[in-house]
Write a protein that binds this ligand. Structure first.
Ligand SMILES: [Zn+2]
Length: 463
């Protein structure tokens, strides 16, 4: 078993370790997809220093001795890379359940946009983000990609909670709650990108909403600004049939080929949904190294359609998983559920239970999610030198036993609520189901307060 140890710097002196996790089953998601029984993980600072398995951790890791600041006994538990929520709008937790069971068009234009116009403030955004962070950490999510307004405030809350985020300030061609004009959005976003440049947890991004809410100029300006700062570009792509039909009528081509023609696509783009993508579109997405994010709950709830995930993967596109929403298009932030649904949605659509398997959806929630966000060098697997984003999942619940196959258990049997401890960048943010970096009762109380405020705002005439 010694062979499976990788130590970053075999030292002649005692090795100092900030956090040592021992005894669990490590699902590495490394290139060989190793699963290590009786595994150990050593963490120093925000990185993984060593990962291995077998008895005699100290001898394997540090024959000359080690100084360990903190340990976690993970016997009987699964140890995974933190889950990656590739697409969401976290402050919308406060609009959860406001209006469901209507078309995306009606939901967006008659309900969400008006509710947002009347209620979204910096305080709204901060409150919703705190709630979403609590919910996400509880479900084992360590990184999320977000598109919203006041994104700088979302970044502050995310950083304060010790969570990792790819956070995109929205560009949309109507007066947004934060920036009333395109020029104001450009100015705000440039300041935002500059402020967070180089931050270990926060990847500030530009988020042109979609081709149906943004002019060509808005899309190109947002992309150019992001590229000036080597920042990611987050966008909704080919989510609705109407979007495809309108694009054909107005641009003479599909949404993907329109974005290609105007120079938006590239290896820094994260495209949410990618439902209406034909074979040529899929080749373009692969060639341009665009990351796609599949949101099965949202696509089913809004009856948007089914993303051709097996075909995208076969074409070589990195496909991650997202919750979207939460309001009206999910309504929760539970990536374990998205794994389950992604597999089952592909199976029923193709009438073939082999269409998308358990291991594939666990990949989408971890290493492929990292590739989709262009962060695969940092996160997505448990390997030496990567960020220490780690989750521990308990295996003692009735739904967790017996376990014949780890991937199958993760995809189809285990729940977000089985996640017990969460570490992000080496920092323990949840231990034995207790959140350590967010005031959860306060976040819940604030959400209830906002419900009353939002309900009465919708009864009053438009501002
Ligand atoms: Zn979305």
């Amino acid at each position: 078993m010694v062979a499976s140890t990788q130590a970053q710097e075999p030292s002649k002196q005692a090795v100092s370790i900030d956090l040592l996790i021992t005894g669990g089953t490590i699902v590495t998601m490394d290139p060989a997809r190793r699963i290590l029984e009786d595994g150990f993980l050593a963490i120093r600072g925000d990185e993984i220093l060593a990962v291995g398995s077998g008895p005699g951790v100290a001898m394997q890791l540090a024959p000359k001795g080690m100084i360990v600041k903190q340990t976690i006994d993970a016997r009987g538990k699964l140890i995974l890379p933190g889950l990656i929520n590739g697409h969401t709008h976290v402050p919308m937790t406060l609009l959860r359940g406001l209006r469901d069971d209507v078309t995306l068009d009606e939901w967006l234009y008659k309900n969400i946009f008006p509710a947002e116009a009347k209620n979204v403030s910096e305080d709204f955004v901060r409150s919703g983000t705190r709630l979403a962070i609590a919910e996400q950490i509880r479900g084992g999510i360590t990184t999320f990609a977000d598109m919203y307004y006041f994104e700088d405030a979302i970044a502050e809350e995310t950083k304060a909670a010790g969570m990792r985020g790819v956070l995109g300030e929205t560009f949309i061609d109507f007066p947004a709650p934060d920036n009333k004009t395109h020029e104001a959005a450009l100015e705000y976003t440039e300041k935002f990108l500059r402020r967070w440049k180089g931050d270990p947890l926060i990847h500030a991004a530009a988020a042109p909403h979609s081709i149906y809410t943004d002019s060509q100029k808005t899309l190109q300006d947002a992309a150019a600004l992001a590229r000036k700062y080597n920042a990611p570009i987050l966008i909704h792509v080919a989510e609705m049939k109407k979007e495809l039909d309108d694009s054909r009528a107005q641009n003479g081509t599909t949404p993907v080929q329109y974005l290609e023609r105007i120079g938006v696509l590239g290896p820094d783009v994260v495209a949410a949904h990618c439902i209406f993508v034909n074979e040529t579109d899929r080749e373009i997405l692969a060639e341009r190294r665009v990351g796609c994010v599949h949101n099965p709950s949202s696509n089913m709830m809004l009856a948007s359609g089914v993303s051709p995930v097996p075909e995208l993967r076969a074409a070589g596109v990195a496909v991650g998983l997202g919750t979207d929403g939460p309001a009206g298009s999910n309504n929760d932030l539970n990536l374990m559920e998205e794994m389950d649904l992604a597999a089952k949605l592909a199976k029923i659509t193709k009438a073939d239970p082999r269409a998308l398997g358990a291991q594939s959806v666990v990949e989408m929630a971890t290493i492929d999610g990292a590739r989709a966000l262009h962060l695969e060098k940092e996160i997505g697997s448990l390997e030496v030198g990567k960020k220490a984003d780690i989750i521990l999942i308990g295996l003692d619940a009735p739904n967790a036993v017996p376990m014949y196959d780890v991937y199958s258990q993760l995809a189809y049997a285990l729940k977000g609520s089985d996640v017990e401890s969460v570490i992000i960048g080496g920092r323990i943010v949840m231990r034995d189901k207790k959140l350590l970096t967010v005031d959860e009762p306060a976040a819940i109380a604030k959400a209830r307060e906002y419900k009353n405020k939002i309900e009465s705002s919708l009864k009053s005439p438009a501002p």
